[in-house]
Design a protein around this ligand. Structure first.
Ligand code: SAM
Length: 213
């Protein structure tokens, strides 16, 4: 599904980064069998989304065959969420609906009902290494809200944090179904060894019996 931004990106690198991300996500996804049913309604949860620059890419790559698409984002920073809301606001009668919440991710997830299910949980540049206790809660919540055949997708800036996050998700019972080193990711000149969307991994959620009520 095509979703164009209402306001331009301010950083000159962003359009290229989005193009690289889109190709990398499509390539990663192409290795995963049994994806969503075309024509159905899809729901995407974008956790710790910041400005959610990738919203159009998510609509395109994951909502491609959907009849209706809802993208729900949350982040603790209000200025970023305000920008996301403005940039990605859709018309009331559009087949794509977006909403962005300023909220602590743990609270946001724990307030969700068990029936509030998503086809995809996305965490771009997940930050597990920085605060394992916090991000474990976010991983648990993001996995819990997935549909039975839902996917949990992360991207990472650097190798060690990617490995740590993948290990934690596996320890939480998720199954890694794809792991992709994005060789076209843009190196960060001020942070050697880090690059934009350097790694992408896709997980399937644990069977419901492993996750408690
Ligand atoms: C590494 S940044 C990634 C942001 C965005 N996904 C991206 O790729 O540009 C981590 C994000 O986590 C958010 N964050 C930190 N603690 C949070 C919390 N408790 N609940 C929700 N978001 C949080 C930050 O505000 C920040 O936007």
């Amino acid at each position: 599904m095509a979703l164009d931004p209402n306001t331009p990106f301010l950083s000159a690198d962003l359009p290229e980064d989005m193009d690289v991300l889109k190709k990398a996500l499509a390539a990663t996804l192409s290795t995963v069998p049994g994806l969503f049913q075309p024509g159905s309604e899809q729901r995407i949860l974008n956790l710790a989304c910041g400005r959610a620059d990738e919203t159009g890419v998510l609509a395109d790559v994951f909502g491609g065959g959907a009849g209706r698409l809802e993208i729900v984002g949350a982040d603790i920073r209000s200025a970023e969420i305000e920008e996301a809301s403005l940039r990605w606001k859709t018309a009331k009668d559009s087949d794509i609906q977006t909403r962005f919440h300023v909220e602590d991710g743990k609270r946001f997830l724990s307030a969700m009902s068990s029936g509030d299910r998503f086809n995809l949980t996305f965490m771009r540049h997940q930050n597990f290494w920085n605060d394992p206790a916090l991000w474990t809660r976010m991983f648990e919540g993001g996995l819990r809200q997935l549909d039975e055949d839902g996917l949990f997708v992360i991207t990472s800036y650097f190798d060690v944090e990617h490995d740590l996050a993948c290990r934690k998700l596996t320890a939480l019972g998720a199954t890694k179904v794809a792991d992709y080193r994005n060789v076209h990711s843009r190196e960060l000149s001020d942070a050697p060894g880090k690059s934009i969307d350097r790694h992408i991994a896709i997980f399937r959620r644990p069977p419901p019996s492993d996750q408690g009520p």
